[in-house]
Ligand binder design. Structure first.
Ligand code: S3P
Length: 426
């Protein structure tokens, strides 16, 4: 596979972005935790979500595919200890959320990941799970978890705003004794809370953002049509805003307010997004989006509680910043350093190679614009969002931009290149 882009005349057409990665992971896991079979339509078919599904199957979940776009999931009466290691691949969501489900069952499992995932911090889930009574060996992958059906509920204050930590603890709390609460410094994506509530689990609300579940709560079976992923749509939203004369319509996009911080950045820049056909699917709001080329762009400022609401969009928003008239500021985003790569460094390296002016900080970046980008060779270091962000940057750069390790897009958006060429008018 080769991913190389250059200037295009415009982007036109309609795109149904790939289904939401966070919701697909949770749908598979909640189906495995339910007592009756569930149906998931339009799950995201990507490497990350396959890692979750394959791991659940190794613990007893049965899977039938009535068609390519629909999966019927039959949960095991009791989860079993897997015969082999659970390979979470590149997926932090798989490793962190599954840990909560495994820790609260009387089984043992070893979770492994690829080189990137093996470097990522796991203490953030080990600490609360250990407090609940689970035994976990390792501070990073591989993790060996000895679960128990006698975990104790806790009131946990997470030092990071992380939906993966929050979901892990809530999943474990579903089978712990008493109530389990999680607090976080600012609200991270709340898909777990919304989906649990829609599946009949009473969500307990404590002080501030504190949210909890009662041990022994039953998860109802369900039918779900997974909405499109706003984090994947974001690459095309920014492309439409940057490439002259473009106009794109993006269908079925999840617009959960804990994920749609990009709309606030667009507002600061002066980019208009038209929302139509708004509806709700299993507690999740979605809409069709219309977006077009915007000639003059104002710089933006991202900090504080906005950060978790657009954390995965920062690579492509940094590309947008190169075309804004002034310095855009991104702070309070040190989590970027422990994503699939150190995204602060890779964004800065790539943008500088393309001629942009970037200053890095421990917790963010300043990007000054507008600059005329020039094509460059970009090492994605196996990070899907870096690969896609720079492929989009290439559309407005002089010369060619070649992405190294392009196959990483399979993590979240396997048809990225195909969709890009379908919508580009050269
Ligand atoms: C995710 C949460 C976020 C996000 C990741 C998916 C999830 O990570 O970056 O791509 O599905 O819960 P953190 O919760 O670690 O911030």
């Amino acid at each position: 596979m080769r991913l190389a882009t250059g200037r295009v005349a415009t982007l036109q057409g309609v795109l149904r972005p790939p289904s939401d990665k966070s919701i697909t992971h949770r749908a598979y896991m909640l189906a495995a935790a339910a007592e009756e079979p569930s149906i998931v339509r339009n799950p995201l078919l990507s490497e990350d979500c396959s890692a979750t599904l394959d791991s659940l199957c190794m613990m007893g979940l049965e899977v039938e595919w009535p068609s390519d776009h629909e999966v019927r999931l039959v949960p095991a009466h009791a989860w079993r200890t897997p015969d082999d290691v659970l390979d979470c691949g590149n997926s932090g969501t798989t490793m962190r959320l599954l840990s909560g489900l495994i820790a609260s069952r009387p089984i043992q499992a070893t979770l492994v990941g690829d080189e990137s995932l093996s470097r990522r911090p796991m203490k953030r889930i080990i600490d609360p799970l250990a407090k609940m009574g689970a035994q976990i060996e390792g501070e990073a992958a591989p993790l060996i978890i000895q679960g128990s059906s006698e975990l104790k509920g806790i009131d946990y204050e997470s030092p990071v705003a992380s939906a993966q930590v929050k979901s892990c603890v809530l999943f474990a709390g579903l089978r712990a004794q008493g109530e389990t609460f999680v607090r976080e410094p600012s609200l991270s994506r709340d898909h777990t809370e919304r989906m649990l509530e829609a599946l009949g689990v009473e969500m307990l609300r404590g002080e501030g953002s504190s949210v909890g579940v009662r041990g022994g709560s039953k998860v109802a079976s369900f039918e779900l049509d997974v909405p499109g992923d706003i984090s994947s749509a974001a690459f095309f939203m920014v492309a439409a805003a940057l490439v002259p004369d473009s106009q794109l319509e993006l269908l079925d996009v999840g617009v959960n307010p804990t994920r749609s911080g990009i709309f606030e950045v667009f507002e600061q820049c002066g980019i208009k997004v038209l929302l139509e056909n708004e509806r709700v699917e299993l507690g999740e709001p979605l809409a069709d989006l219309g977006i077009r080329y915007t000639e003059v762009l104002q710089p933006f400022h991202i900090e504080g509680s906005l950060v978790p609401r657009l954390i995965d969009e920062i690579p492509i928003l940094a590309v947008l910043a190169t075309q804004c008239d002034g310095t855009s500021i991104i702070r309070d985003a040190s989590e970027l350093r422990v994503k699939e790569s150190d995204r602060i460094e890779l964004i800065a390296e790539g943008l500088r190679a393309m001629g942009a002016e970037v200053e890095t900080f421990m917790d963010g970046l300043n990007v000054s614009g507008p600059v005329r980008l020039r094509g460059a060779e970009i090492d994605s270091d196996g990070d899907h969002r870096i690969a896609m962000a720079f492929a989009i940057a290439g559309l407005i750069a002089e010369g060619q931009t070649e992405i190294l390790q392009p196959e990483t897009v399979r993590t979240s958006f396997p048809a990225f290149e195909q969709e890009l060429w379908r919508l580009c008018v050269v």
